[in-house]
Every structure is written in structure tokens, then in C-alpha cells.
Unconditional design. Structure first.
Length: 205
């Protein structure tokens, strides 16, 4: 009888433990639903609340609006070689971008008619990154090229600030309030379209 009693006691304990486990699972499930539900019965507003919470969490991860002072240089890079090493390209220089240059054999160096040269104007850096709501100050120095007619365009193609004619050896300051997310552009129309830099503005929640 003692052994039977002991066996029944274990079964009872297992049954009680099983019931308690089920109750714990139900409680956890209900509380889990309540946490996801936001405590209200309105599914639409619950989603809105969740979206607002996610936006607030993302905003907290981003740096506060700031001012970017970026040093920019107007550059022209050149390269030359000889027809002994590589045949010259079959290209009409007048069809190239104003930012590109090509001087054919004979035209480049009359004393060495086998030499030819290519060149390209550019901004350095060519790509910059900021967040919506930041301000941008570009401190520009013109190293190459006597003249660069320069502007900043917002993501809709509208000119921000003034169009500035820049000359070699001078420094210039351009600024913009980056109100819109998207790609702003620093454009030299003298050497368009290739002398263009991008300012990628990330959206801020
Ligand atoms: Cu230019």
C-alpha cells in the first residue's frame, strides 16, 4: 500500500505541475498580447502608436542636427602616354563632356608627336553625407582651372543660394540648409556635367 501511495503521489505531483505550467503559459500569452496591443482595442491607432514609437527610437539613435564644414578642392587630373605604348582613342574632343579633356598625338606635344593626353575636372571629395535638418558649409579652394561657375542644387533641382564664379587660387564659402532628404549637388556648369559632387542627405524621422 505504501508503494502504491508513493506512486499515486508522484502522479499527482506531475498533474499539478502540468496544470501550473499550462496556467503560466496562458498568463504569459495574455500578457504578451497586451504588450503588443498597447493596451487598447483600436488596431489602427495601435499601429500608429507602434510606428511613432519606432520613429522615436530611430530618432534617438541619430546624431542631433549639426553643421558640416567640409573642405572641397577643385581639381583637374591629367594623364599622358605614347602611341608606342597604347594607340590613341578614336574620339572627337568636341564631343566630350566639358569636364573631360583630350589632346591627340601631335596636338598635345609638337616636339613629341607620339604623346597624347587626357584630363578630367572634379570636386574633391566627390560625395558627402549629411542628415536632413543639418546645415552645410563648403569651404572651396580652386587648385586647377581658371574659372568655375558653381551652384548647389537641392533634390528638386532648385538652386540653393547664389551662383558663384570661382577663380583659381581663391577660396570660397558656400552654405545650404539641408531641409530635404535626397541628393543635393555641387555643380560646376563650366565643366558640366562631369564636374559634379553629390551631397547625400539621409532622412530624419
Ligand atoms: Cu569647373
Amino acid at each position: 500500500m505504501r508503494g502504491t501511495s508513493q506512486v499515486l503521489g508522484k502522479e499527482e505531483q506531475l498533474a499539478v505541475a502540468s496544470v501550473l505550467g499550462c496556467i503560466a503559459l496562458i498568463i504569459a500569452f495574455v500578457f504578451g498580447l497586451a504588450a503588443c496591443d498597447g493596451g487598447t482595442d483600436d488596431g489602427i491607432s495601435d499601429n500608429a502608436d507602434t510606428a511613432a514609437e519606432v520613429e522615436a527610437a530611430l530618432a534617438a539613435l541619430l546624431p542631433p542636427p549639426t553643421n558640416h564644414l567640409i573642405e572641397v578642392t577643385a581639381l583637374e587630373v591629367k594623364g599622358s602616354t605614347s602611341t608606342d605604348d597604347l594607340a590613341a582613342p578614336d574620339v572627337d574632343p568636341s564631343t566630350l563632356s566639358a569636364g573631360f579633356g583630350y589632346k591627340a598625338p601631335g596636338a598635345y606635344d609638337t616636339d613629341n608627336p607620339d604623346q597624347w593626353q587626357v584630363a578630367s575636372y572634379m570636386w574633391n571629395p566627390g560625395q558627402m553625407v549629411a542628415y536632413q535638418g543639418d546645415t552645410l558649409d563648403l569651404h572651396v579652394f580652386v587648385l586647377n582651372g581658371n574659372t568655375h561657375e558653381t551652384r548647389i542644387e537641392d533634390p528638386n533641382g532648385n538652386i540653393v543660394g547664389d551662383v558663384v564664379v570661382m577663380n583659381r587660387g581663391r577660396e570660397y564659402d558656400l552654405s545650404a540648409n539641408l531641409e530635404s532628404a535626397g541628393v543635393y549637388r555641387l555643380i560646376c556648369s563650366t565643366h558640366s556635367p562631369t564636374m559634379t559632387a553629390e551631397i547625400v542627405v539621409m532622412p530624419r524621422p
